[in-house]
Design a protein around this ligand. Structure first.
Ligand code: NAG
Ligand code: NAG
Ligand code: NAG
Ligand code: ZN
Length: 452
């Protein structure tokens, strides 16, 4: 409870206050917002307990998180659980839960979230990032509140609630995965899981993975990720005295390239500024390091033009981009050999699926899962924004690569986007509303009797 509250309640008799505190924590929490429905404290408590388990890198406590989730799932009799390991040290557990459907031969539904989170700098936070502080206005502050411990608990709460409805039983198998290491690239987590026999046996037909908060009243949904390329360009040239003017030194060649790349960047950014494309629909190319100069004890040698210079760029390609044409552009314009330049491209992820198709999930009638998902969100009184490409990457790319339709969705509306930021929070009412949305989605997806 926040100090805020205690201050607000000072006006009331102390005895009444104590009663409120002991018996009616949800009413106490909301007494200033009489129009909101009462807050159910139990899912909020579980959410906060999960948030307090420190699964931030570089030393995520996966064991405690898995034990906590196993305990929660043991309260839902219909769920079976299994802990899988894909590293020889068995230090990166993956929790797989299953609600068996009445026809297990049909392709199954997978709900995914990751156990880990990025680190937090406590001194830059208003409330300690692993305290899950519950503020007077309903905000729950914690690292992972948005990214993405919310959805992990929401899945379980929605399933728990559905399983208590006697007349409901899924037709298809429903699986819930809690995977390690998403924030470090997913290579020891989802990447290994999708390659495994265990995953093949699940016969997954459709996946929901994490999305992002929406500052507006509509939920956002993501049908593709951008693929990162790390590009390092390097120029060489004749070294010379700092006083001499001559052509084709390394710095001059590098700077010419940087100008060319900047022009490309401007052209892409102009499309965004003109409203012709969203940020995530263009190729971004941002300089991230410059490496040049001859070090001296006080900084750099100032009267010497160096013989080498390099620059690094973070480039992100939407699945609609043509990677071959970008490779040609880099070789011919960004780092041409005739300007004595070399380059190295490190592709951090694929752009095409195993059949060579763009790595995206269709959000139209060609994908029956899309319609089921969309209608289920609407049935829960939710509104969906126009589907987007995510500007960054998630584990969803590993499923899309196998050709499995995968949408990124975290039901957080009217919420500022604070993933990886200081003071990450989620409001209690938004969290609880999300459980209702997932109930509708899970009911519809697992009941879907169509062909896929
Ligand atoms: C498991 O959950 C129950 C009920 O939610 C709780 O009382 C118990 O302390 C939990 N056990 C562990 C080991 O967390
Ligand atoms: C490239 O290097 C060669 C050999 O050092 C040099 O003759 C030539 O002028 C350089 N060209 C450019 C554009 O830097
Ligand atoms: C669905 O969307 C995909 C990708 O945008 C497109 O190629 C396809 O033609 C669309 N299909 C239908 C039936 O609209
Ligand atoms: Zn995430």
């Amino acid at each position: 409870m926040s100090r805020h509250h205690h201050r607000r309640r000072l006006a009331l008799p102390v005895f009444f206050l104590l009663l409120l505190e002991v018996f009616l924590p949800s009413a106490a929490k909301n007494h200033h917002q009489s129009t909101d429905p009462p807050i159910d404290p139990i899912p909020i408590t579980r959410f906060r307990e999960y948030l307090r388990i420190i699964t931030a890198h570089p030393t995520p406590d996966y064991t405690s998180a898995i034990n906590y989730l196993l305990n929660l799932s043991s309260e839902i009799p219909s769920l079976q659980s299994e802990v899988l390991y894909f590293t020889p040290q068995k230090d990166k557990p993956l929790l797989l839960l299953t609600w068996a459907g009445s026809d297990p031969t049909l392709p199954s539904i997978l709900l995914n979230s990751h156990l880990d989170s990025v680190p937090a700098e406590p001194h830059k936070w208003v409330h300690p990032p692993f305290s899950a502080h519950y503020a007077g206005d309903g905000k729950i502050f914690a690292r992972g509140a948005q990214d993405d411990k919310c959805i992990g608990i929401q899945y379980l709460e929605a399933i728990k609630s559905l399983s208590q409805e006697n007349q409901f039983r899924p037709l298809r198998n429903l699986h819930i995965s809690f995977v390690p290491d998403e924030e470090t690239g997913g290579f020891d987590g989802m990447a290994k899981f999708v390659e495994s026999e265990e995953f093949k046996k699940l016969n997954v037909g459709f996946v929901l993975d994490e999305g992002q908060a929406s500052p507006g009243d509509e939920y956002r949904v993501f049908y593709a990720d951008r693929s990162p390329w790390h590009i390092v360009i390097k120029a060489v040239g004749i070294p010379g005295h700092g006083s001499r003017m001559y052509d084709n030194c390394a710095m001059e060649n590098l700077m010419k390239s940087i100008e060319v790349i900047n022009k490309f960047r401007d052209a892409e950014f102009d499309k965004v500024k003109a409203g012709l494309a969203m940020n995530s629909e263009v190729i971004s190319a941002n300089p991230v390091f410059l490496n040049a100069g001859t070090p001296s004890p006080t900084g750099f040698v100032m009267n010497m033009q160096p013989s080498e210079a390099e620059a690094g760029f973070d480039v992100r390609l939407p699945p609609t981009a043509d990677p071959d044409s970008l490779r040609r552009r880099i070789a011919e314009e960004w780092a041409p050999a005739w300007r004595n330049m070399t380059f190295k491209i490190t592709e951090k992820g694929p752009l095409r699926d195993y059949l060579g198709r763009p790595l995206l999930t269709h959000t139209n009638d060609s994908n029956p899962w899309w319609s089921v998902f969309k209608d289920a969100v609407i049935a829960a009184s939710g509104k969906l924004a126009k589907p987007e490409i995510l500007a960054s990457t998630t584990d969803a790319r590993f499923m899309r690569q196998l050709g499995i339709p995968t949408l990124g969705f975290s039901p957080m509306k009217n919420t500022p986007i604070l993933l990886h930021d200081h003071n990450e929070f989620l409001k209690d009412s938004v969290f609880l509303e999300g459980i209702k949305v997932y109930k509708s989605i899970i009911r519809s997806l697992t009941s879907f009797a169509g062909s896929p």
